[in-house]
Design a protein around this ligand. Sequence first.
Ligand code: NAP
Length: 335
Amino acid sequence: MTVVSTEIRLAARPVGEPRPTDFEIVRAELPELAEGQILVRNTWMSVDPYMRGRMDDVPSYIPPFRLGEALEGGAIGEVVASRADGVPVGATVSHFLGWREYAVLDAAAATVVDTAIAPPEAYLGPLGTTGLTAYAALTETAPVRPGDVVFVSAAAGAVGSVAGQLARELGASRVIGSAGGPEKVKKLVDVFGFDTAIDYREGLLSQRLGEAAPDGIDVYVDNVGGDHLEAAIDHIRPGGRIAMVGAVAAYNATEPVPGPRNLYRAAYQEASLRGMLVTSHLHRFPEWIAHAAPRLADGRLRTEQTVVEGLEHAPDAFLGVLTGANTGKMLVRLT
Ligand SMILES: NC(=O)c1ccc[n+]([C@@H]2O[C@H](COP(=O)([O-])OP(=O)(O)OC[C@H]3O[C@@H](n4cnc5c(N)ncnc54)[C@H](OP(=O)(O)O)[C@@H]3O)[C@@H](O)[C@H]2O)c1
């Protein structure tokens, strides 16, 4: 059986902000299934800020996307043909060959997900790598202790919205979030349970953070870098902990971005700034899913998702996640 599938390829390496012309949509014939492989019809795919880095031809923690080839990323789909024991037709799987309608892959590269405990797309968000990132950041990279004041940036996004709620659960006395625009800021307090929220587009960020945390902050989850990291260092308490999770403010930069100008303050506050990669924490997925799924089901963990319909609109969804078009996880539903 020959399967022809639509896929999105990288047509050109973006310079600065990506443009729609950096992507092309192509119909391609898939290879026959080999022993041990499955054919998956993708139903959902993820677009993530880190994909911007993979569009540049530079060495990093993950190889660059190849020009003229289909992009990759997290996806959920249904197995429609199988030559693998243990992954039957009809199973819902999570895997890494998104940006395409159908995927042929080794069954070992797919994980069967339990759709009885959560909807399939949750495995790309709160029960996927963004949820796990928040969990690892606040339990390992910059652990929250009871009574801590915690600051989270990009707080209305996929990682940030879970991080704020987790910080509270871990005993934070005050949780502060920052996001772009009045609607998101309102949602941080009304929906995601932050004590207070800062619209980073209004006023001086460091001053606003100082007003929100007059005695300083103990933990900062840095999703943004740049001015946010500098503001957090301005207010870090002695022994404070900063989880360096991402630097979305700099992903489209065409020149190296200067570091925070106040690093010496971190030195004399004996603060720690520690990087993290979720791929180093994948062994904690079962623990995280067991913790989060019941909370997601009964509403103790509140999440949102922004859904873009249709594979052909995946590039728009990707451009949107870099500019704040999303609240919660940005997803593409393949129809
Ligand atoms: N280390 C890891 O293993 C790992 C894993 C997953 C994610 N991450 C990182 O974590 C961060 C969040 O990822 P996510 O998937 O949860 O994305 P997300 O927060 O759902 O979406 C990105 C958000 O970044 C905000 N943003 C964009 N430009 C900004 C700027 N110049 N200043 C401040 N905020 C800006 C936008 O929200 P506003 O509307 O609020 O501006 C946008 O919604 C990213 O930096 C990502 O690379 C790291």
